[in-house]
Ligand binder design. Sequence first.
Ligand code: DHB
Ligand code: FE
Length: 282
Amino acid sequence: MARIVAGIASSHVPAIGVAMDKGQTGTPYWQPLFRGYEPARDWLAKLKPDVAIIVYNDHASAFSLQLIPTFLIGVADEFPIADEGFGPRPVPVVRGSPRLAWHLAESLILDEFDMTIANEMPVDHGLTVPLSVTCGQPAAWPFAVIPICVNVVQFPPPTGARCYKLGQAIARAVASFDEDLSIVIYGTGGMSHQLQGERAGLINRDFDTKFLDGMTRDPLALTRISHTEYMRESGSEGVEMVMWHVMRGALGPHATEVYRHYHVPASNTAAALLILDNRSAA
Ligand code: DHB
Ligand code: FE
C-alpha cells in the first residue's frame, strides 16, 4: 500500500529559482532565506520519498486564459520545464509517475472530483521552485512527481474547504494503490503577497504566522477563510494559499510540525517553508 509520509508547504517565488540558477544564494540579500532551507533539505533527503504529489498553480505558462482547469492532474511520463519568457530554467526535466497518476485520476473522478487530465504539460516556477528549494541542484530530481494544478489566477478559484476535501480524496486514493510507495505532498504558493496595484508589496506577518500555526492547531478553521479575506489580509496573490489546504487535507489530523522557515522579503513576497510529518498522524 502507498502512504503519504509528509506534507510540505512552500512558497514558489520565481526570483528564488533565479537566485539558485545564477549562483546568488550566498549574497547578503539571499543568504538568510537560503540558510533556512538547509535543515529542510537534510530532512527530506533522509526521508527518501519515492514520489511527490505537487499541488501548484500554472501562471499562464501551460494554459492561457483560453483554458482554465479548476483542478488538473498530470499523467505524463515526464513534464518539460516551461519557458516563462527568459528560456526554461536550467533544472532537470520532471519525471512523472504515470501508473500512480492514472490511479489517482480514476479514484478522484469516481470520488466526485472532476479532474482535468493532462497528457502533456510544461511545468512553471509554481512547481520547479519548491522542488529546487527542497532538493537543491541535483543532476536529476530524486523522486518522481505528479503535478496537480489548481486555478488561482482567474476568479473564481476553488474554496479552501473544497481544496481540503480534494486532499482527503487524494489520501483515500493513495491508500488504495497497490504498490508500496512512500509519498510526500506539497502545497505551494503564498504566503502574503500582492504583485500589482496600489497595495503591491503588501506583507502581513501576523496573518501568515496564524496561518502557519493553524496548519497543525486547527486546519479546518483555516479552510473557512473566504477569498475576500485572503485578498484583504494577505494580498491578491495570497489566495494561492488555498493550495496548502489540499496538502493539509491529505494528512492525518495529528500531523506534526517538524520544521518551519519564514522570511520577508523574497522579491515582493513573504516566503515560507513548512514540513509536517504524517507518519504517526492517523
Ligand atoms: C512572484 C510570482 C509568483 O507566482 C509568486 O507566487 C510570488 C511572487 C513574483 O513574480 O515575484
Ligand atoms: Fe505564484
